[in-house]
Design a protein around this ligand. Sequence first.
Ligand code: ADP
Ligand code: MG
Length: 243
Amino acid sequence: MATQIQLAGIERVFHLGDSEVHALRNLNLSIAAGEYVAIMGPSGSGKSTLLNLLGLLDRPNTGLYRLEGRDVTTLSSDEQARVRSERIGFVFQSFHLVPRLTAAENIALPMVLAGMAPAQRNARVKQALKDYGLENRADHRPDELSGGQRQRVAIARATIMQPAMILADEPTGNLDRATGEEVIRLLEALNAQGVTLIMVTHDAALGARAHRQLLMEDGAVQHDQRRETSTPSTVTPACAAPT
Ligand code: ADP
Ligand code: MG
């Protein structure tokens, strides 16, 4: 599969008064299109910082980030916003919906910002409400929705522009187990359709479902492990003749 994300020598330092927090240190990572990656590790190890950089919500102090072959660190903020809008969907632990907008309006927001025509927008919102079982919640505001419904609105909003990748930061962190399970299944269904899924979680059972687990410690990737999948292996057998 084609390399979609390439990070090399990434450093992210936060300055808090006189002290410096080295959130990411010489981080190197490559992720292919269509992967399902779980990012795990203790609190403060840099998981959210990494996800924010991947989502172009933040910039590294140094290092290279190539997204789909293009160096995105040197883009202007406007250009980054455009890449984000077209290629990246973000799902947060605390949903980040706009409180005064209805479910339908929240879902439509990325299309409004992208300048899409109302007719096209409305058709897509209608379909998304149907896909995510929110048809009878279209006109409700976030405070009138359950946690699971809010996260479904957030996922519908994150995917409405048909992004190439979904970045999810503890998407089940504010949900009970059954509701969280439902949300994970929605995200996994998107991955099954080819969308790259990169999810931060501190739930080991959830992390184990991903095809690849990254363990972060002190701002770097300490372990990078791929899980055997149940699909028939296409790996060259060990006994194959050397080339
Ligand atoms: P995680 O998501 O793994 O819990 P974070 O990426 O949020 O970790 O944070 C990594 C480190 O960077 C922590 O020490 C955190 O306090 C610090 N940090 C993160 N964001 C900021 C910020 N905006 N300003 C200052 N320090 C930050
Ligand atoms: Mg975090």
